[in-house]
Design a protein around this ligand. Structure first.
Ligand SMILES: [Zn+2]
Length: 339
């Protein structure tokens, strides 16, 4: 039995508990620990995991997860819900994406390494709890503070995983996303460099269970509408897997992104966005302009084909190669049927 499953077993039906998973200590002797909240329903049933801030500055997810779990009607709930409000505690405390000890992206490290670097040990400590229990996992993220984006979904399809794409799209529709992005699991142009298979949702899917990511706006600040969108979506996911009676209707039409890419600045200067997330830009229509430090326009950023804007940069200061937008270049509309 793991610490959390043991804790759940000791909880009275329809009650909630909390605790910490210890993954080590700092130089001054403070615990490196991962806080958790475990909520037990009135009857047995499925287990939902919600992890927030594997990237430590993506705080809308933390608030959405807390609002969700603290407002559950446990007397009407079957099964259990486990929330990890700060899945990367050292990064969270540092208000940064990664922990200052090693700079590793923890969402590229799962299932972790018991004898590894600090971040790998934290991943291992959390994963040993997760892999033993759970039917569905939602990994909450945001973009970086530099961007503006509406909430959207990201999912991967594990090559050996039996989880159907429609199951994931149905879940994602509950979060009213601007788009749902199928993320390639092999290296693809236009994506950030990294080890996709080390993502917590990908590893969970490798166990044959549904898992996906929800991006709730931008990092390092509260965006209340997106926090509420996230907590409402989690409630529907819980109902969808059978924790509540009111099985939700899917969100209807969903824009599924087949190809996406970051747009990077070809020249340094000040970027001014000329669009809003969700806009479709026709060829020649600008994402924005870059001026030099004297205010003269030195570049107008346009596309040769229509693009759907997922996110646009709001921090104007850019160097050559900085990300100024995140766009879909191929997408399709999917209508989701009620089950
Ligand atoms: Zn993230």
């Amino acid at each position: 039995m793991t610490i959390i499953t043991d804790h759940l077993a000791r909880l009275a039906p329809a009650s909630r508990g909390q605790g910490r998973l210890v993954a080590g200590s700092t130089a001054t002797g403070a615990e490196i620990s991962i806080p958790y909240i475990a909520a037990r329903g009135a009857a047995d049933g499925p287990t939902l995991w919600v992890t927030a801030t594997v990237h430590g500055d993506e705080v809308n997810g933390t608030l959405a997860a807390l609002d969700f779990v603290r407002n559950l009607d446990l007397a009407a709930m079957r099964g259990a819900c486990i929330v990890i409000p700060a899945a990367n505690p050292l990064a969270f405390d540092a208000r940064a994406k990664t922990a200052p000890q090693d700079g590793l992206d923890i969402d590229q490290q799962f299932p972790g390494a018991a004898g590894g670097l600090t971040t790998q040990r934290v991943a291992d400590r959390l994963w040993r709890e997760i892999e033993r229990a759970g039917d569905c996992l939602v990994s909450l993220h945001t973009l970086t503070a530099h961007f503006e984006a509406k909430p959207y979904g990201v999912y991967k399809l594990h090559p050996d995983g039996p989880v159907a794409e429609d199951v994931l799209l149905r879940h994602l529709s509950f979060y009213d996303p601007s788009v749902a992005c199928l993320m390639p699991t092999v290296k693809a142009a236009g994506e950030l460099p990294g080890n996709i298979s080390g993502a917590i949702d990908y590893q969970f899917q490798a166990l044959g269970k549904a898992a996906f990511m929800v991006e709730l706006g931008a990092g390092s600040r509260i965006e209340w509408p997106y926090v509420e969108q996230g907590s409402a979506g989690l409630r529907r996911t819980a109902a969808e897997i059978g924790m509540f009676e009111d099985r939700p209707a899917p969100g209807g039409m969903l824009r599924k992104v087949l190809k996406r890419r970051h747009v990077t600045a070809d020249t340094g200067g000040l970027f001014r966005a000329a669009c809003t997330p969700g806009d479709i830009l026709q060829p020649g229509s600008p994402l924005g302009v870059i001026t030099d430090i004297f205010g003269d326009i030195v570049d107008t950023v346009t596309f040769a084909e229509p693009v759907l804007v997922i996110a646009a940069r709001r921090d104007p200061v850019v160097a050559t190669g900085d990300r100024i937008g995140f766009v879909a270049t191929a997408w399709e509309s999917r209508t989701l049927q009620s089950a």
